[in-house]
Design a binder for this molecule. Structure first.
Ligand code: GDP
Ligand code: IMO
Ligand code: MG
Length: 423
């Protein structure tokens, strides 16, 4: 069976967690392929809201197996807290949550290095979630990292000490004010490692290969969004992994010719948290209204999410890079009551009109050109089928489908599992 992918097409927080949860009933296995606890994937059902960080969003379905792939970076401390949060829901995670031995481990000093690096950048800071993501991936590509499989070896603490010592020297090198008590952080860390070790560690690429061979259905879950991709995002204001479709191949060991559907998720408008360019960003009461109605606060850091109109040029780029086969439009309900809606359909780039994403999208060079649409007044949150959609919403959807040349299969009209309309 082919492996289907689900990934975010903007700057993250598109609603991936919600949709993975909705789709899980169609799959035997849900596998996270990159990122780490910088992610916050929200699921809502039965009046309860859950935010998952490292654990795949299929975990609330008893029949599904959830795999944390080799491309993921795991902070045992965050992970242990995540497990604790699941305890009251009777989830048999020792059975249905399994972890790749090749996934890298986030150490306490990686978090400190993240903070030191950001502090040293001053105004040019990335706006990192400070979860140690960048430094951990740096150690991975620098071939210094500690992997989950190492935790099974008797001498892993020696390797840990050597790396932590090196990190402490690096923190000093940054020469910024980062206060910490590593001894205390280590007590928490070593305890959490013991919790992590109670789960099953596997050779996940082999597991997934055999699962595919025996006809099991697999959905790969991405974190962050395409515009935060280390190669294709708004560098350097990106995360440190490949968030795009190729990241699923390297992050799970799935061959490119085994990929089936690529589900691309986007919000009906755009948000971004952290620093970096954002051409369609709104700085007025319209943006404030989106933030308020959309409850646009980061699930991980609680920071305000910056809001703006949908950027079709950036979206098209993301569809291209990922080979998206089906689109899912989230949070359409948030746009109810806006008199008119804008979609960026071209850029003015250094005085010239262009319709592709150029190398630099900094505001001094680039201004969005908009197409305007009539808004809709109707509340979408109680709607259960497409036939109930107002004409203006249908027009908005039809325009996007025509421009992107990809069908919008799902329209999400609220945070709950049930507020999901398949077309
Ligand atoms: P993820 O990181 O892509 O999983 O997305 P987040 O969970 O960080 O952010 C999405 C937020 O929007 C969460 O608070 C969801 O509960 C919420 N959400 C998801 N879909 C919808 C929707 O269609 N309408 C509304 N109003 N909220 C939604
Ligand atoms: P999910 O999976 C939104 C952003 C941070 C920062 C940049 C780098 O919930 O969609 P990092 O901690 O990775 O070094 O931060 O990336 N960022 C996210 N923004 N959603 C996320 O994940 C994000 N993960 C990282 O705000 O700008
Ligand atoms: Mg999120």
């Amino acid at each position: 069976m082919a492996v289907d992918l689900l990934l975010g097409l903007q700057w993250g927080d598109e609603g991936k967690g919600k949709i993975v949860d909705v789709l899980t009933s169609n799959y035997n296995i849900i596998a996270r392929f990159q990122g780490g606890p910088n992610a916050g994937h929200t699921l809502e059902f039965d009046g309860i809201k859950h935010v998952l960080r490292t654990i795949p969003s299929g975990i609330f379905h008893k029949e599904s197996v959830n795999v944390i792939g080799n491309g993921v970076v795991i902070d045992p401390v965050v992970f242990a807290k995540e497990l604790e949060g699941l305890d009251q829901f009777n989830i048999d995670y020792k059975k249905n949550l399994i972890i790749s031995r090749k996934a890298h481990v986030i150490l306490p000093t990686h978090r400190l290095l993240d903070a030191a690096s950001e502090a040293s950048k001053g105004k040019a800071k990335i706006g990192s979630t400070l979860k140690g993501i960048g430094p951990t991936y740096m150690d991975k590509t620098g071939r210094n990292g500690i992997r989950v499989g190492d935790l099974e070896l008797s001498d892993w603490k020696e390797k840990y000490r050597a790396l932590a010592n090196k990190h402490e020297a690096l923190i000093e090198f940054y020469n910024v004010d980062v206060q910490y008590n590593l001894k205390e952080m280590e007590v928490e860390f070593f305890e959490a490692v013991e919790v992590l070790k109670t789960l099953q560690f596997i050779d996940s690429e082999e597991y997934l290969f055999q699962a595919q061979k025996s006809g099991k259905t697999i959905l790969a879950e991405g974190a962050q969004g395409s515009l935060l991709d280390i190669d294709f995002g708004t560098y350097p204001f990106v995360t440190s992994s490949n968030t795009t479709a190729a990241g699923a191949c390297t992050g799970l060991g799935v061959a490119p010719n085994q990929i089936g559907e690529v589900y691309g998720i986007f919000k009906a408008y755009t948000t971004r948290v952290g620093s970096g360019p954002f051409p369609t960003e709104l700085f007025d009461e319209v943006g404030e209204k989106m933030a308020k109605i959309g409850n646009e606060f980061g699930a991980v850091t609680g920071r305000n999410r910056r809001c703006g109109w949908l950027d079709l040029i950036a979206l098209k780029y993301a569809c291209q890079v990922n080979g998206v086969t089906k689109l899912m439009m989230m949070k359409g309900d948030v746009l109810s009551g806006f008199k008119s809606l804008k979609v960026c359909t071209a850029y003015n780039y250094k005085g010239e009109t262009i319709t592709h994403l150029p190398y630099s999208i900094e505001p001094e060079n680039l201004k969005p050109i908009y197409t305007e649409f009539k808004g809709w007044k109707e509340d979408l949150t109680k709607m259960t089928e497409e036939a109930q959609f107002p004409k203006e919403l249908n027009d908005y959807i039809a325009f996007l489908e025509k421009e992107l040349e990809i069908p919008i299969q799902v329209v999400s009209v609220g945070p709950d599992r049930k507020q999901t309309i398949f077309r």
